[in-house]
Design a protein around this ligand. Structure first.
Ligand code: DOR
Ligand code: ZN
Ligand code: ZN
Ligand code: ZN
Length: 376
């Protein structure tokens, strides 16, 4: 991080956890709109989750998705492969062997999509045959995932940990020399919404009662506080948004889990820095450095010649109102933080050495998003 007169020059944000909805659900989002939303807010790489239609659980569907993302994304991207309830271990083996992906996401609780795995044999085989497994696991499923990782796995990344109760389980595992080892490390991800929102805010208006529903559900204010304390103790590895866009109509009609996140994640964190809740160094670690390390992102090209730089410029003092002083780029067209007054805003995004966003404008002609490369 370089501080130039309160304008920070820092690495672009890497968001390990997004649902870009392509293919199959592109009325909610697609790689074009989703990557524009990212570029605007300072995210230079997103990782997409496999609960699309079709699910990203075959080599063929992964390659098809890659093609779509390469054509449409204006920022860099990675794709998480998916574990299927119908046992796709042969596909997992193929995908990892050919380095088509290096991560597998599994769902161990009910949420949006059709990917819940309940069969213990399948879970075991997924861990045996994967490298890093990302899990949607809540409550006792977290214990189960930690156990599976210890006995069969080569790495566990617990997504969107919402509460003190659940984060304590992961912190204890991270501190346990038998559960968290070089051979099978344990990582903890926290989302902005579990830091900044809670049941009190959700229950405060009829609209919020519908909009602020997601899996895992929002928890208490005291949980927000525990997550912040854990972050500042260095017990959390990443901030991932779980960007999960749904149309506002769908959200208001019936309970629909998920909400957008990439457009506000960095600004919310810089605002928190301005309030003394977190250091800039910790923001950089959680949103840039650790994601790159955990995803094993390979530095490409000859950096000394200036190629492939993913850099953002952030004005830490700029005050703005979400949804009023900016245009929402996500196809879902709304944000849970509408009307929030924030201090701190991304003002320039450079992807692969080219400016893709500057002073409120996305450069339409720049389509230089590339698939992230990784090492084994
Ligand atoms: O709230 C959620 N929405 N949680 C998930 O795990 C999935 C996501 C989605 O895809 O909408
Ligand atoms: Zn999830
Ligand atoms: Zn519980
Ligand atoms: Zn998710």
């Amino acid at each position: 991080i370089i501080d130039v007169n309160q304008k920070l020059i820092m690495p672009g944000v890497i968001d390990v956890h997004t649902h870009m909805r392509e293919p199959g659900i592109t009325y909610k989002e697609d790689f074009g709109t989703g990557s524009r939303a990212c570029a605007k807010a300072g995210v230079t790489t997103f990782y997409d989750m496999p609960n699309t239609i079709p699910t990203t659980a075959t080599l063929e569907s992964l390659q098809e998705k890659k093609k779509l993302a390469s054509e449409k994304s204006i920022i860099n991207f990675g794709l998480h492969f998916g574990g299927s309830k119908n046992d796709n271990v042969e596909e997992i083996k193929k995908v990892l062997k050919n380095s088509e992906a290096n991560t597998v996401k599994i769902f161990m609780n009910v949420t949006t999509g059709e990917m819940l795995i309940e069969d213990n044999e399948i879970l075991k085989k997924v861990f045996e045959n994967s490298k890093l497994v990302l899990v949607h696991a809540e409550h006792e499923m977290i214990d189960k995932a930690i156990e599976l990782n210890k006995n069969y796995g080569k790495g566990l990344y617990v997504c969107h940990i919402p509460s003190a109760e659940e984060l304590k389980k992961v912190i204890n595992a991270k501190k346990d020399g038998n559960l968290n080892t070089e051979k099978h490390p344990v990582y903890a991800e926290v989302t902005p919404h579990h830091l900044f929102l809670n049941t009190e805010i959700r229950e405060s208006t009829e609209r919020n009662k519908m909009l602020l529903r997601m899996k895992p559900e929002l928890r208490e204010k005291s949980d927000n506080e525990f997550l912040w304390e854990a972050i500042n103790r260095g017990e959390v590895d990443t901030i991932g948004t779980d960007h999960a866009p749904h149309l506002i109509k769908e959200k208001l009609e019936k309970v629909t889990f998920g909400m957008p996140g990439v457009e506000t994640s960095l600004a919310l964190m810089i605002n928190a820095y301005n309030k003394g809740k977190i250091s800039l160094e910790m923001i950089q670690k959680l949103m840039c450095e650790n994601p790159a390390k955990i995803m094993k992102i390979l530095k490409r090209g000859k950096l000394q010649e200036g190629y492939f730089a993913d850099i953002i410029v952030v004005d830490t003092k700029k005050e703005w109102i979400v949804g009023i002083d900016d245009t929402i780029e996500s196809k879902c067209g709304w944000t849970p933080y509408e009307n929030w007054k924030l201090k701190g805003k991304n003002i320039m995004t450079i992807v692969n050495g080219k400016i893709v966003y500057e002073n409120g404008k996305i450069q339409e002609n720049v389509k230089n998003g590339k698939e992230i490369e990784f090492y084994n």
